[in-house]
Design a protein around this ligand. Structure first.
Ligand code: FE
Length: 230
């Protein structure tokens, strides 16, 4: 059996947001889909360890923002690799309050859906929440991000709590003398062979030569959070 089979499943990339006692939280999710058309229902798979899980379980409402292909990695890092337990993720983010009271992230969203939970399914590490859609809108004509685009073009990673998380094998012995560095927060690997062209760091730049204020393009962590790989 080849586990590559799982990587061939197609997904999008979304921010799932919710509320509890007036407090907002949101997280990145890829496992979201429409279940029925009449009435419109959608489902999301959320890890039980995530704060979003506790909030949805309590408030029974959530929103889904469908992210654009060109969503900055730091934005995905904010919602995907930081916990709402120690970060107010909505502080510098454009959002509106939906009909259910749940926040709806508008930054980098091409559309949104808002739902009330009508059913939930226990699935070991995750719960699948099925919601009846109570509001929705399209916000732009940009291409929505696919999970494949996030991984292959944007070099994004999955956190350990993602339903689709796969442990990566350590790379074979380094092929260059310049060392790769790994972000201890999100697992992003800075490869000097590639540089970080999105942030004007040309290919061939050693980790040590990155500007002091350079941050992880995925989660925004500082240079001091990086360790030499292997
Ligand atoms: Fe990182």
């Amino acid at each position: 059996m080849n586990r590559e089979a799982f990587r061939k499943i197609s997904y999008g990339l979304y921010v799932v947001s919710t509320i509890q006692d007036g407090k907002f939280n949101g997280q990145i999710a890829n496992s979201m889909f429409q279940v029925t058309s009449e009435p419109s229902t959608i489902a999301v798979s959320i890890n039980k360890e995530n704060l979003t899980h506790a909030y949805i379980t309590s408030s029974r409402v959530f929103s889904v923002s469908i992210l654009a292909e060109e969503t900055p990695m730091t934005f995905i890092g904010l919602f995907g690799f930081k916990s709402g337990r120690d970060t107010d993720k909505f502080k510098n983010v454009k959002y509106k309050t939906g009909k259910t009271g749940a926040p709806i992230v508008l930054d980098h969203a091409v559309a949104y859906l808002e739902a009330k939970v009508i059913q939930e399914l226990e699935c070991g590490s995750h719960t699948i929440f099925v919601g009846e859609v109570v509001d929705y809108d399209s916000l732009g004509n940009e291409e929505p991000m696919t999970y494949a685009y996030y991984h292959t073009v944007r070099k994004g990673k999955a956190p350990k709590t993602a339903p689709t998380y796969e442990r990566e094998d350590p790379p074979a012995a380094a092929v260059t003398t310049a060392s790769r560095h790994i972000c201890s927060i999100c697992g992003y690997v800075y490869d000097p062979v590639l540089g970080d062209p999105e942030h004007d760091v040309p290919a061939g730049t050693a980790f040590e030569d990155l500007p002091a204020d350079w941050t992880c393009p995925v989660c925004g962590a500082g240079k001091d959070q990086f360790e030499p790989e292997g």
